[in-house]
Design a protein around this ligand. Sequence first.
Ligand SMILES: C[S@@+](CC[C@H](N)C(=O)[O-])C[C@H]1O[C@@H](n2cnc3c(N)ncnc32)[C@H](O)[C@@H]1O
Length: 233
Amino acid sequence: MGSSGNGFANNGNGQKGLLAAIEHRWRFLNGFVRHPNTVGAVAPSSKALAAAVCEPLTRAPRPVCVLEVGAGTGAVTRHLGSLLTEEDELDVCEIDHDFADIIEHGVLNKPPFARMMARHRVHMLRMPVQALPGCGKYDFVISGLPLTAFELQDVEAVFAVIRRVLKPGGVFSYFEYQWLRRTSRMLALGKRRDRIRAVNSYLTQNLRQHKFAGKNVLLNFPPAHAHHLRFDN
Ligand SMILES: C[S@@+](CC[C@H](N)C(=O)[O-])C[C@H]1O[C@@H](n2cnc3c(N)ncnc32)[C@H](O)[C@@H]1O
């Protein structure tokens, strides 16, 4: 089976898959225009970036319990579909209802997720990540959240929730666009500059303390870097 850069089917149903990919890109761009600071990107992640951010999961003993946060139109969710089995569990958290509809109806209710759905092993959580309940549930948290566009207190709240919901030894993976923090720090002025500096210093400190692996991904627009962190090391 062939697939486009974002994992849409592109075989016998090639035209349908291509139209769906174009529609999802259009809706993603629309989402960015409506809520630039929440969406934080003009295009969904490429297949290469989705693979890089999910990489630690490929080597994990099964079953695994995974949380995806900031799922957008499902570029990473689709990739997770190729990695997870019926024994695994996936919760997908997305704040934007239009994007959550696309994921629920266009991804989770279709193969390869439909069987996990039927066994209630996949859940769509339509809420801000900051409101997630629970403690020590997940082996992996995979994030597409645009952390560099957030206020410092939101980034701190997100990290606190992620640390709370991860099992001991669990892995937090996220990506950021290359050079974004450095260039926006140089170009921003006034309060925006202060915000970027504060967020940058918080993220840098967490990466120094907790990052155990990472990968540059040039095959993405814009090029990105996937970070993998473990908090109790
Ligand atoms: C850059 S997009 C990433 C989409 C997708 N993961 C990808 O890689 O293509 C960021 C997503 O995070 C979502 N988001 C932003 N703030 C959020 C929050 N506090 N809780 C949950 N989702 C949030 C946005 O609605 C958007 O869909």
